[in-house]
Design a binder for this molecule. Structure first.
Ligand code: 5GP
Length: 119
């Protein structure tokens, strides 16, 4: 899949669209999901142009990969989710239910979550 430079998260990175930011560093941006599926629902995205987990893993630099993983971990701590736990999800492609074609990790928490897959 080719990267679509006009996807909504690309516009958020470029500050063309606002977001409720919770964390930012050189490699990553985290912001609250516009349609939360749990009491806490934050999206963490790399600033680089990657379509999904596989593209990021295959093509991002080691610095970007370490930076992104570290950012996810920092956001979990910042949201005070370390002790009670949370769920990390990354949807990939059509069958995975990915709506926005820019790699992202969902952090869901703040309550006890239900089944992993709702059909
Ligand atoms: P996906 O289904 O691609 O894994 O998740 C995309 C997520 O992005 C959805 O949970 C959706 O609510 C969220 N989302 C879509 N558009 C926007 C937006 O403009 N701003 C924010 N903050 N979240 C968005």
């Amino acid at each position: 899949m080719a990267y679509d430079k006009n996807n909504i998260f690309a516009k958020i990175i470029q500050r063309e669209i606002p977001c409720d930011k919770v964390y930012e560093d050189d490699f990553s941006l985290a912001f609250r999901d516009i349609s939360p599926k749990a009491k806490i629902h934050v999206l963490v995205i790399p600033k680089g142009m990657y379509t999904g987990f596989d593209d990021f893993t295959d093509n991002a630099s080691d610095k970007e990969k370490v930076g992104f993983s570290t950012a996810v971990s920092k956001v979990i701590k910042q949201l005070n989710l370390s002790e009670k736990g949370c769920r990390l999800i990354s949807n990939l492609g059509n069958d995975g239910g990915q709506e926005v074609p820019h790699y992202h990790v969902h952090i869901l928490g703040g309550e006890t979550l239900g089944a992993l897959i709702g059909k």
